[in-house]
Design a protein around this ligand. Structure first.
Ligand SMILES: Cc1cc2nc3c(=O)[nH]c(=O)nc-3n(C[C@H](O)[C@H](O)[C@H](O)COP(=O)(O)O)c2cc1C
Length: 189
């Protein structure tokens, strides 16, 4: 395999959003990164996903949703825990919410296929960001299942928020995980 492709695929590792700082992608880099998503396999060309960029001015509103979601599940959360929940929204210069869209259901293209398409679009975004020298991390968490998130981002009934994508400059890094061996996932029939 071409060395660049090899390095791109195997060099990317998950970086915790708290280790991603400024600078983030420039507007032109951001456009290239987002355009990588549209090269994802997409059965029926339904574009069954979208990405919402949460700009700086919207971070406090997201932080408040994280905070309220914490209180929903733990009334006794300490002040520190509450502040940590709010702070999660302010991490990383570029923050995207990846959303699956299951609209126009038909018998030929399942929800699972649409989710796979989103996964591919996400990976394209991560690899494109990595090719520019940025780190990235995915994060989910219980708040994503809450109506508070749906309300904040005005999601339609066909949409499901899947995960956040944070992109920025790697401030600090930990060694990547040991990847699974081929025998764990390759089987001959
Ligand atoms: C949909 C999705 C959601 C994820 N959410 C989290 C998360 O909430 N917290 C976290 O530490 N990692 C999260 N990850 C990242 C995985 O932990 C990470 O990809 C895994 O450890 C493998 O590491 P690698 O990406 O460096 O190969 C998520 C990954 C996916 C695919």
């Amino acid at each position: 395999m071409d060395q660049f492709a090899e390095q791109l695929i195997h060099g990317r590792t998950h970086i915790s959003p708290k280790r991603l700082g400024d600078p983030g992608p420039s507007p032109a880099q951001k456009e290239t990164i987002l355009l990588a998503a549209n090269a994802a396999p997409d059965h029926g060309r339904m574009v069954p996903w979208r990405f919402i960029e949460i700009q700086e001015s919207s971070r406090p509103a997201l932080g408040e949703v994280f905070h309220q979601c914490l209180l929903d599940r733990d009334q006794g959360a300490t002040e520190i825990q509450q502040q940590e929940a709010r702070d999660k929204a302010s991490r990383g210069p570029l923050l995207l919410l990846a959303i699956a869209n299951y609209r126009d259901a038909n018998d030929d293209i399942s929800k699972q296929e649409k989710l796979v398409s989103l996964g591919c679009a996400i990976q394209n975004i991560l690899l494109s960001a990595y090719a520019f020298g940025f780190g990235s991390g995915l994060s989910s968490g219980r708040a994503l299942q809450s109506d508070r998130i749906r309300t904040l981002f005005q999601l339609t009934k066909d949409e499901e928020p899947i995960c956040f994508i944070t992109i920025g400059t790697v401030l600090k890094n930990k060694p990547g995980r040991i990847r699974p061996s081929l025998s764990e996932y390759h089987f001959i029939f």
